[in-house]
Design a protein around this ligand. Structure first.
Ligand code: GRG
Length: 290
């Protein structure tokens, strides 16, 4: 699994480095590259490739689309660490972007990474039809704005130190973390011009993967260490974050995650052995320690 992730990370970073190298140099690009290349598991690209495999999609096309996703992901992490958001000084075992470059540069680098995702998806070198490009851009925009990552982050910050129901916590985590996974699960079907119904089914699988990912992230915060996780742990409790662990307790949260994996695997059953890669990624997501 780690070998596969390393290959995806290498191919994604190579694409991004070449894409950036073709653009005019600016000072802001230094902070953008720091956000992109300072580590990162590239787990969203892995999900995209695993789902793409179910529909026989070309690996290189998936790497390009994954690169756009990783730009938005890097953007969200830079902004998430800002003093006005979660105020974190360490990310991926290194100083957060705002510590290294200052707040204004971090905000602008984040904004530029978001728009770079759209540059990548609309680029002439991406050999898919204009209609599909528009559909992909539409879906990734929806996943990033108030109905997705930004909306989820808004709820996350507003739920601090409040008693929040399980449904509301799930809605917040699906938006904050799940929507980008939903995009990764839907993109291969959009490219293959599958029905709206089928696309929706895979978006729902993505939402469950996002929940699983967020639960694992919460478990790392609960029991992990800075040295392994590459970020401060034990913050959720200190900040009074509304998480499933804070509501259900540690043991029930593990059961909840195991059930999510069963639920997703049931939905993948019809794809037979082709879905093995995706199932392997689900286990990795739950058992990771960083
Ligand atoms: C509108 C895109 C956008 C962002 C602004 C700050 C913000 C609103 C959203 C924050 C969203 C966020 C950071 C969600 C947490 C998701 C999460 C658990 C990230 C960690 O992802 P990993 O473990 O990171 O995949 P690596 O380091 O492996 O890349």
């Amino acid at each position: 699994m780690q070998r596969k992730l390393n290959k995806i990370a290498k191919d994604t970073n190579l694409f991004l480095r070449r894409f950036i190298a073709k653009q005019k140099k600016t000072n802001l690009i230094v902070a953008m590259k720091y956000g992109l290349f300072s580590g990162g598991k590239k787990i969203r690209s892995k999900i995209l490739i695993d789902v793409g495999f179910l529909f026989k999609l070309d690996y290189k096309t998936l790497i390009v689309i994954g690169a756009a996703v990783e730009c938005i992901h890097a953007y969200s992490l830079i902004h998430d660490d800002l003093p006005c958001m979660d105020d974190d000084s360490i990310r991926r075992g290194k100083p957060s972007a705002h510590i290294k470059f200052g707040e204004a540069t971090a905000v602008l680098a984040g904004n530029s990474l978001l728009t770079m995702a759209f540059e990548i998806l609309s680029h002439k070198d991406l050999k898919i039809s204009e209609k599909i490009k528009i559909d992909l851009i539409n879906k990734i925009s929806e996943s990033s704005g108030h109905l997705g990552i930004a909306g989820g982050q808004y709820l996350d910050l507003n739920y601090e130190r409040k008693k929040i129901s399980q449904n509301k916590i799930e809605e917040m985590e699906i938006k904050k973390t799940g929507k980008l996974f939903s995009f990764c699960c839907a993109a291969p079907l959009i490219i293959k011009k599958k029905s709206k119904n089928d696309i929706k089914k895979f978006e729902n699988i993505g939402a469950d993967i996002g929940l699983l990912f967020q639960v694992a992230d919460d478990l790392i915060d609960y029991k992990g260490s800075l040295l392994v996780a590459g970020k401060k742990t034990g913050k959720d409790k200190k900040k009074g974050k509304a998480t499933l662990i804070s509501l259900l307790g540690y043991k029930n949260t593990i059961k909840y995650a195991d059930n999510l994996i069963l639920k997703i695997n049931r939905k993948l059953k019809r794809y037979g052995s082709k879905s093995r890669n995706l199932s392997e990624t689900l286990n990795y997501i739950l058992n990771r320690n960083k």
